[in-house]
Ligand binder design. Sequence first.
Ligand code: MG
Length: 280
Amino acid sequence: MEKWPIGVFTSVDAGLGVKLEVASELGIPTIQLHAPAKATRTQANADKFLARLAELGIQLTCVFGGFEGESYADIPTVTKTVGLVPPETRAARTQEMKEIADFAKMLKCGAVGLHLGFVPHDTNDPLYNDVLVVTRDLCDHCKKNGQNVHLETGQETADALLQFIGDVKRDNLFINFDPANMILYGTGEPIEALKKVGKYVRSIHCKDGKWAAKPGEEWGQEVPLGEGAVGIENYLRTLDEIGYSGPLTIEREIPQEPERQKAEISHASNLLTKLKQKIG
Ligand code: MG
């Protein structure tokens, strides 16, 4: 793969990414995929999807898990509903995440990503240990599939994430770095965070955002790439510094406005292409 191919986050029948056709129309050569709904995660559909990718000349780089009942309405709701942290849904979702990894394997994809949820900051909290256990379980399942697990950033500070990954003690656990999430959740200045966690970064999102008035208590605002507080040129320079050469995957989730979504992704792709030429 060339250095820094442009990518985009896509969906088939679940999740908020763009359709594969949008990537194709915009000439974007790589995608991440939100896992499709359970009923459509079959070998036949995987084969069909792979054939379509081959036809379009698009490479799949990571499959993301998502679960029914997750809500990103506000930060307390995220804590209660997202990922493998909430105890009530943990067992069922862990099982589903393994099935998603198996579907990713059918798609010949070596990376699965997810929002783990809010990992408790107090490492003495019994819940912290529970989340370690479930993460090891998922990593071990994926290891048998020859896959890595990428944790989406945002809900933890860089230091907390480093501590957590160190405590999980699995060699196939890595990071999908999303700079805007650090701002939206108020968990730290993204460039500094990227430098800290750099050695674990195996995939990234290109997304931008503005800080909330009260970071960590209320949401920041997601904005088109280049218009927020990330500093995209500096972001790419820092990715270069940490030796990241993988896809630059644009994530913009406004499916209720498909035309605007497509226009913004096109704009983001052009911006990244220009910066790539400048930075090399
Ligand atoms: Mg993201």
